[in-house]
Design a protein. Structure first.
Length: 169
């Protein structure tokens, strides 16, 4: 934050916790069936609350965290894993299991297709993208009003709009 000017903005984006849940599930089921237990093969991802807490803890103000879910169809589990490796998104954990057996991958492919497969034979991969924004505090920065200082109660919102004319179709 020290590199930002007062009232400067930090923008960030990263993969969130629900990213690749289909692949994670398929690998866990397959490895449990084939090898009698499983190890994580996908790096852990941050949750939305983690991002908000990190921004606030770093001293940013007016923080906002939002997300998009993007689903990409792949022809096979091996093509998905090849793309993940090319993106640098293969498991980066220090204590990861370095070997994924061919038999396990073959079984995971069947599980993936059975649980999540598309009618055309492709498989979906969901990427949750977290977007973060935080502002370096400044004296000139807009400040939120004090709690309880509102002129209108949220309970009254419905009655404020009941007299509006209805749209005709």
């Amino acid at each position: 934050m020290s590199c930002l000017k007062e009232d400067g903005v930090f923008l960030g984006a990263m993969f969130g916790g629900d990213t690749l849940f289909e692949l994670r599930t398929a690998l866990q089921v397959a490895e449990t069936e084939v090898e009698g237990g499983f190890a994580p093969h996908i790096s852990p991802f941050a949750q939305m609350t983690d991002c908000g807490n990190l921004l606030t803890g770093a001293g940013f103000s007016l923080t906002t965290v939002d997300f998009d879910e993007i689903t990409v169809d792949y022809p096979s589990i091996t093509q998905l894993m090849k793309d993940l490796k090319g993106m640098g998104e293969n498991n980066a954990s220090w204590n990861r299991k370095s070997i994924l057996r061919r038999k396990t991958v073959e079984y995971a492919s069947k599980v993936y297709q059975e649980y999540y497969g598309n009618e055309d034979g492709s498989i979906p991969a969901t990427f949750q993208v977290l977007y973060m924004i935080g502002w370096k505090p400044s004296k000139s920065q807009a400040k939120p009003l004090e709690r309880g200082s509102a002129d209108v109660s949220l309970k009254e919102l419905g009655s404020m709009f009941k007299d509006l004319p209805k749209k005709s179709s």
